[in-house]
Design a protein around this ligand. Structure first.
Ligand SMILES: [Mg+2]
Length: 433
């Protein structure tokens, strides 16, 4: 158990509980998302949660066995994204000649550790992915506690405001502000000092959030198609098992990207990524990765029918599939897909690397970062896909050593896997705001 939050939330599979107080008889009282609840611990048995009216909400331990089936993939995706991010972050702004001059003809293949901390540093991609996860968990917690809740993207938008705080304030100053904020800030991640660090955050994300009004597809904040929307959206795909209703989940992924990125290619690419990762984790039927990518393309065509930029997205996905089978060098192929600064190129490069190296996580993320473009984001998204496909256990040990905040990342993955939503129950589109 990590030090930043009390042990109870992880045990019951939800985060964002605050103001914990112990009551007699193994009961604890807590405050979450505007409501008080209690939890009673029956050690060695089940944990039963009740709300203030005494109504039993749910248990997590009864689903523990069920959870194991998904945990490896969910951990793999969140952790794998962080690995690709950390591998690519030191060369994000390097040209290709600078990369190969510094790291040799094969490019960077090991973490370049930060001299001060000795860690492989994550960038804003992983930071924001953690805040995405936390927003989703707060949304689910509120739904469970009160029976009503907003769509995940409403809470994710609040969570991004918490991330903005970590980019603009020191840890100490933020802690003082939090005590006076009256519950405005929702994320336990604000108690993690290491997150108060600017890692080349995207200007679009910062300026959109400073504006104070979250964007959405119907009311975009700007016309940016930067990759800041797609690089943080994987946790949504990990959380819900939708089966036939996956299109609604894809749409929610687009809305989460549209909080800060208003160009259709910025959010449609995020929707396609959600589709791919969700199908890998919760396949429903046996499908190859190529079949999943082609299904995602078809679903985007239906979901965004009539959208003028749809053909660009479709062509990018088709090209990525084609190039992954041509047997030519990665750098030449990646050049044909772009540099990854914009979302559809990030998606294209990640699909290409994942398809080509679907049995080899390390080879996939290495190919994904060694180019002159947005290496940390193409590495992160490739790591999200390949991590889900291969699973956490298959990720080489060397990537698990020295990764910054690896305990927080795994804790968040575990929370995403707990209290898994079955078909329909967790459908964000059925919620009331
Ligand atoms: Mg970054």
């Amino acid at each position: 158990m990590i030090k930043y939050k009390c042990p109870i939330p992880a045990k019951i599979g939800i985060t964002a509980l605050t103001k914990m107080e112990a009551l007699p008889g193994n009961e604890f009282r807590f405050f979450v998302s505007g409501v008080y609840g209690t939890v009673k611990l029956h050690f060695g048995k089940e944990i039963t949660m009740k709300n203030e009216n005494g109504k039993e909400i749910d248990t997590v331990l009864e689903r523990k066995k069920e959870r194991e089936a998904w945990l490896d993939k969910i951990r793999g995706s969140l952790f794998g994204g962080a690995v690709g991010d950390a591998l690519g972050y030191p060369i994000e702004f390097f040209s290709e000649s600078e990369i190969f001059l510094k790291y040799g003809a094969q490019g960077i293949r090991e973490y370049a550790l930060d001299k001060e901390s000795g860690k492989a540093l994550i960038s804003d991609d992983t930071q924001m992915s953690l805040f995405t996860a936390d927003g989703i968990l707060v949304a689910d917690t509120r739904l469970s506690m009160r029976g009503v809740g907003g769509n995940p993207h409403d809470y994710v938008a609040d969570s991004y405001m918490d991330w903005l705080l970590t980019q603009e304030q020191s840890f100490d100053k933020a802690q003082k502000m939090l005590r006076k904020s009256g519950g405005k800030h929702i994320s336990w991640l604000l108690d993690v000092p290491e997150l108060y660090s600017r890692r080349a955050p995207g200007n679009t994300c910062i300026s959109a959030l400073r504006g104070g009004t979250p964007g959405c597809m119907d009311d975009p904040q700007n016309n940016s198609k930067g990759c800041g929307g797609i690089m943080r959206v994987a946790p949504l795909a990990l959380r819900y098992d939708f089966h036939g209703e996956i299109k609604e989940l894809d749409r929610e992924g687009a809305e989460i990207a549209a909080v800060t990125h208003g160009h259709p290619l910025g959010y449609m690419s995020a929707a396609a990524l959600v589709h791919i990762i969700n199908r890998i984790v919760y396949p429903g039927r046996e499908m190859t990765l190529k079949e999943i990518v082609l299904e995602a393309k078809e679903t985007m065509t239906e979901l965004f029918s009539g959208e003028p930029y749809l053909s660009t997205l479709v062509r990018m996905m088709e090209l990525a599939v084609l190039l992954s089978e041509n047997g030519e060098g990665d750098l030449d192929n990646i050049h044909r897909l772009g540099e990854g600064w914009v979302a559809e190129e990030t998606l294209g490069i990640a699909i290409y690397c994942s398809l080509k190296y679907q049995d080899d996580f390390s080879a996939g993320i290495t190919a994904a970062v060694n180019h002159g473009g947005d290496s940390d984001s193409t590495g992160a998204v490739t790591g999200n896909i390949l991590g889900a496909l291969c699973g956490y256990e298959a990720i080489e040990e060397k990537w698990k050593q020295n990764l910054e905040l690896s305990d927080v990342i795994l804790e968040m993955a575990d929370d995403l896997s707990a209290w898994r939503r079955g078909r329909g129950r967790g459908n964000p589109s059925r919620r009331r705001s």
